[in-house]
Design a protein around this ligand. Sequence first.
Ligand SMILES: *Cc1c(COP(=O)(O)O)cnc(C)c1O
Ligand code: SF4
Length: 341
Amino acid sequence: MPLLKSRIITRTAVPCQTPTWQAMLAEAITDVAELLATLDLTPAQLKNPVTHPDFPLRVPRGFVARMEKGNAVDPLLLQVLPGAAEACVTPGYHADPVADQDAMVIPGVLHKYQGRVLLIATGACAIHCRYCFRQHFPYQEANAARAQWQQAVTYIGQQPQLHEVILSGGDPLMLGDHKLQELVLQLAAIPHVRRLRIHSRLPIVVPQRITPALIQVLTGTRLQTLMVLHCNHPNEIDAEVQQALQTMQRAGITLLNQAVLLHGINHLPQTQRRLSETLFHSGVLPYYLHMLDQVQGAAHFEVPESAALELMQQLQASLPGYLVPRLVREIPGAPAKVPVV
Ligand SMILES: *Cc1c(COP(=O)(O)O)cnc(C)c1O
Ligand code: SF4
């Protein structure tokens, strides 16, 4: 009896289940003062933090936990903290710098490049990245997930040259498993579609999103699955992220990373080297390093082209070729991302 009793007590004493990814999204920090207090920072230590009503602070607590306390220029903090520099109107910076709205063939479907099509699955994101080029995008009208993906699936079905469907956003993994499943099954039923590609930052910011059920949705059909992650700094990868990435890799998902070249965050060669090494250690290959899109409010993150080219030379001279990302820029009307050389 004592044994049984102690077992019962132990079981009821188990604190609570690990929070679900939905709970972690709901509990994200949206208040600047709370974020600063969590990091032991005072407003006086920062360069003019401001609130930004249209694109407010949003950062999950797990991501905040990877920031260094007391460091006002922490590279993860600078990616999410709204600052006064965002109010600067810079000539040459636009609301839609990559002319996405011209490439929209039907609501939420961007067909710019040959052989592949990009679906805007949702406008929602787990985190608000201050340099994001989609921050002024009209997601309400442009959402391929409406009406069970019907229009998008019909369009893809009529284009036999489309072999790859890219889910982007916002962050497509903000959608629930059921909504994703609906699409994956419909795509797998189109004979000319071979590959499903997901562009997501969620495995980095909320690794708990990578559940067995999600893996089953993504790998349960004949389609080959790729995931292009978005990670800018090696400190974004902690043990939990690493585990989520390894889980996906073992499930047969090809993992690539795209980063944005950001002044003050990852413009130094040692940071880029550590990023590539850390990614590869978790089964991820670097894919693209994007020059900043000239979106209004992000000019303070810009790295000039000459400095970017010098950085690439230093990376090429010190890393194996497969750990050097391709430096690219998006140019409206170009048939692909344009290499910067
Ligand atoms: C970036 C992008 C792609 C993917 O380009 P890849 O070079 O294949 O990675 C596809 N469609 C659109 C609209 C894009 O912006
Ligand atoms: S997660 Fe991606 S789409 Fe969302 S704000 Fe960040 S960069 Fe933009």
